[in-house]
Design a protein around this ligand. Structure first.
Ligand code: FAD
Length: 450
């Protein structure tokens, strides 16, 4: 029997890698993890966590504006970006330390450095060579920047978390959740914000009603949205930039952010030389057990480019380790994964969109409501909430839930449990609401057209 240094060598200490490493070590495996940048990976350092902290900062603008309607007078409220970033950095550093601490507690060996794969059982990192029975690639993704003239001026979400100061104007290229979230944050913090998106709608993959509703809501807040719009080139013009569009128009701005997708982190550390199979986008191809075409090499999370969310990477890490070291087959259920966009207003969804449901079911019922939330009666804010439910007519089962409005992610998280349990519309209807809330509307929804 070959004597390897480790049972499992994990490459990347992000959401999926850390969970897999800790769990495997707790099952008695000899585990090492290597990280080239920051412990906690994208979510902790350049994704979910710092993003949500900026979202909280941005929401104060609305709260301050609403306060007068509730009798408050606020004088001289002002915002300081460097203070926010310094406080955010402190929290991120705390979380990095927590991640490292948990790994140390689990007796995982930690390497700081970039891993190179030498063969199917050997890695080089930080001047050392180690062998492992299995290697797990959890190397995440990286923002994609197109090869256009002036691409050196482009910033991505990675850079936004450490800007020295806020620009006066920004052009955000892209229409996915990262583009929309940053547009909301920056607009609320006083930046003149333009979204330039090559498609006719934002948020591909979301329900059409949600996509239309969102564009109207963002425009109402002053965000400019240019659809069917793409950038040809960017040129420096003093401290600003001239952004030339494919349609011949030019925009002048202080910052150009691209949020046009993310590329799996699979190149430049030996995968190609070993013959690990990648798809056209560079995603590592794995089977349902996260195994690549080389049996000793596994991959999960964003580098496999399937459902690129932190809880999914974590669930995949758990499923893999449970099957390898605990003899438990508990595969991840990829159906009905709830998801959110932390823009203003919030968006959250679980299950099928109306369009997808029409493809998969012969007969569906649509329930929908749009209303002014109670808070906005006094706040004076001109913003409604939208809720939508998609139901399989034959069984009455709820197969899709969609919401735009305050706290949508908090509400939909609970609803997702009901949906996974197979809740029917009748069950929703028989559930007593909590009054007065927005969420209670989900248990009193009327069919469209009735
Ligand atoms: P990662 O967390 O990216 O970790 C990969 C790690 O591998 C990195 O730390 C990297 O440095 C390291 N690495 C790469 N190559 C090597 C190498 N050769 N050697 C050593 N180390 C290496 N998800 C949500 O669920 N909710 C959200 O609200 C959300 N918001 C987001 C906002 C933004 C702006 C972004 C960019 C992402 C967001 N995500 C969100 C997605 C989420 O961050 C990812 O799905 C998640 O982090 C994926 O985890 P992972 O373990 O696959 O990879």
């Amino acid at each position: 029997m070959t004597d390897y240094d480790y049972d499992l060598f994990v490459v990347g200490a992000g959401s999926g890698g850390v969970r897999a490493a800790n769990l495997a070590a707790n099952q008695g495996a000899r585990v090492a993890v290597a990280e080239v940048r920051h412990f906690g990976g994208t979510c902790v350092n350049l994704g979910c966590v710092p993003k949500k902290l900026l979202v909280y900062a941005a929401q104060f603008k609305d709260d301050f504006a609403a306060a007068a309607g509730f009798g408050w007078t606020l004088d001289n409220a002002s915002f300081d970006w460097p203070s926010l970033i310094a406080n955010k950095n402190r929290e991120v550093e705390r979380l990095q330390a927590v991640y490292q601490h948990h790994l140390q507690q689990s007796r995982v060996t930690i390497f700081n450095g970039k891993v190179q794969l030498l063969d199917a059982h050997t890695v080089a990192v930080a001047g050392a060579q180690c062998t492992a029975k299995r290697i797990l690639l959890a190397t995440g993704g990286w923002p994609f920047v197109p090869d256009i003239a002036g691409k050196e001026y482009i910033v991505t979400s990675n850079d936004m978390f450490s800007l020295d100061k806020l620009p006066e104007r920004i052009v955000i290229v892209g229409g996915g959740y990262i583009a929309v979230e940053f547009a909301s944050i920056l607009n609320s913090l006083g930046v003149d914000t333009t979204i330039c998106h090559r498609e006719p709608k934002l948020l591909a993959g979301f329900d059409e009603d949600i996509r239309d509703f969102l564009a109207t809501a963002l425009r109402k807040q002053g965000i400019k949205i240019l659809f069917d719009c793409d950038v040809q080139s960017i040129a420096a013009a003093g401290d600003a930039y001239n952004v030339r569009l494919l349609n011949g128009n030019t925009m002048v701005t202080d910052l150009v952010m691209y949020a046009t997708g993310r590329t799996p982190n699979s190149r430049g550390f030996g995968l190609e030389q070993l013959g690990v199979a990648l798809d056209d986008n560079g995603a590592i191809i794995v089977d349902s057990h996260y195994q690549t075409n080389l049996p000793s090499i596994y991959a999960l999370g964003d580098v496999t480019d399937r459902v690129n969310l932190t809880p999914v990477a974590i669930a995949e890490g758990e499923a893999l380790v449970n099957s390898l070291y605990a003899m438990q087959q508990r595969p991840v259920d990829y159906a009905n994964i709830p998801t959110a966009v932390f823009c203003q207003p919030n968006i959250a969804s679980v299950g099928l969109t109306e369009a997808k449901a029409r493809q998969q079911y012969t007969d569906i019922d649509i329930y929908k409501t749009e209303f002014k939330p109670l808070k906005n009666t006094l706040s004076g804010k001109d913003e409604n909430t939208l809720m939508k439910m998609v139901v399989d007519h034959a069984t009455g089962k709820v197969i899709g839930l969609h919401m735009v409005g305050a706290d949508a992610p908090e509400i939909i998280q609970g609803m997702a449990v009901a949906m996974r349990a197979g809740a029917t519309k009748a069950l929703f209807d028989s559930t007593i609401g909590i009054h007065p809330t927005a969420a209670e509307e989900f248990v009193t929804l009327q069919q469209v057209g009735t």
